[in-house]
Design a protein around this ligand. Structure first.
Ligand code: ADE
Length: 265
C-alpha cells in the first residue's frame, strides 16, 4: 500500500517515521512519501495562498501548486487497471472519519492526503482532481484544527495499523473499541490490589466463560453511558439472552434487531 502526503509543513509528518508505522515503512509493508507543496510553485516567493473571491477572513490555497503536485503523484500511481487512487482532503466540512472508514481505506492500494491550511483549498481543485482520483473530504470530528496535518497523522495511524503485518498481534485488532460497534472493556494488570483499588474478582477466576460475559456486560454499560449513539446503531439480532438482559437493565428493549430505549417504545 502507498500513502502520499502533500503539505506546506512536511516536518509536521515526522512522527510517521516512528513506532509501528515507521517500522512498517522500514520493512517495506507500506510506502509513505511526504511532498512539500511549495516545491510545486513557480514564483520566487513560492506562494501557495491568495485572498478569497467574494471577500471574507483569511487566505485560500491557490489551485495551481495543488494541480502540479497531484498530477505528479497520480502519474506514478501504481494502482491496478480500472482502479484509481483516493484523494483524502482533511476538512471539518468532510464526512466523519471512523473505524468503518479506516477499514474501507485500508483496502485501497493508494491514498493521497492533501493537507489544507488557512481557510482551505480552492474548491476547483477537488472538482478537477475527480478525473484522476476518488476525492473524499474527511473530518476527524466536529472541531476545527489549524490544518490537515494532525488529521493526517491520526488517519494514517488508524488506517496503517489495519494493514496486515503492521500490528504484531492481529488479535488485538479484533477486541478493540469500535471493532464490534461497542467501546472496549476496561483492562487491568498486576498487582491485583493497588492503592486500595482491586481488580474485579472474576478476572482472577480463570473461568473464561464468566470472564467473557463480564467483559461484554462492561462493554454494553460503558457504551450506553458514554456513547448512546453507538447503542442506537447496533445490530443486536444475534445477542444472547444474557446480553439482552443487560440491555434491558440499561433501559433498552430489543425491537426488530435494534436496541430501543424503553421510554421511546
Ligand atoms: N482540518 C481542520 N479541521 C479539521 C478536522 N476537524 N478534521 C480534519 N481536518 C481538519
Amino acid at each position: 500500500m502507498r500513502f502520499d502526503v502533500v503539505s506546506i509543513f512536511p516536518e509536521y509528518l515526522a512522527p510517521l517515521d516512528l513506532s509501528l508505522i515507521g517500522k512498517a515503512r522500514a520493512e517495506g509493508i507500506l510506502e509513505l512519501v511526504v511532498h512539500d507543496l511549495r516545491s510545486y510553485t513557480a514564483d520566487r516567493h513560492r506562494t501557495v495562498d491568495d485572498t478569497p473571491y467574494g471577500g471574507g477572513a483569511g487566505m485560500v490555497m491557490k489551485p495551481e501548486p495543488w494541480a502540479q503536485a497531484l498530477e505528479d503523484i497520480s502519474a506514478v500511481s501504481a494502482v491496478s487497471d480500472g482502479a484509481r487512487p483516493t484523494l483524502i482532503v482533511p476538512s471539518p466540512a468532510g464526512e466523519v472519519f471512523n473505524q468503518k472508514l479506516a477499514y474501507e481505506l485500508a483496502g485501497e492500494e493508494h491514498l493521497v492526503f492533501a493537507c489544507g491550511r488557512y481557510e482551505g483549498i480552492d474548491e476547483r481543485v477537488l472538482d478537477w482532481a475527480a478525473s484522476e482520483y476518488t476525492v473524499r473530504p474527511v473530518s476527524l470530528g466536529d472541531y476545527v484544527l489549524n490544518g490537515g496535518e494532525v488529521a493526517v497523522l491520526a488517519m494514517v495511524e488508524a488506517i496503517g495499523r489495519l494493514i496486515p503485518g503492521v500490528v504484531g498481534n492481529p488479535e488485538s485488532l479484533i477486541e478493540e473499541s469500535h471493532s464490534d460497534g461497542l467501546l472496549e472493556y476496561p483492562v487491568y494488570t498486576k498487582p491485583s490490589s493497588w492503592r486500595d483499588h482491586e481488580v474485579p474478582e472474576v478476572l482472577l477466576s480463570g473461568n473464561h466463560g464468566k470472564i467473557a460475559k463480564f467483559r461484554k456486560e462492561l462493554q454494553l454499560r460503558r457504551t450506553s453511558q458514554r456513547r448512546p449513539d453507538l447503542i442506537d446503531a447496533l445490530d443486536v439480532s444475534n445477542f444472547s439472552k444474557t446480553d439482552r438482559n443487560v440491555l434491558w437493565d440499561l433501559g433498552y428493549a430489543v425491537v426488530e434487531g435494534r436496541a430501543v430505549r424503553r421510554d421511546n417504545e
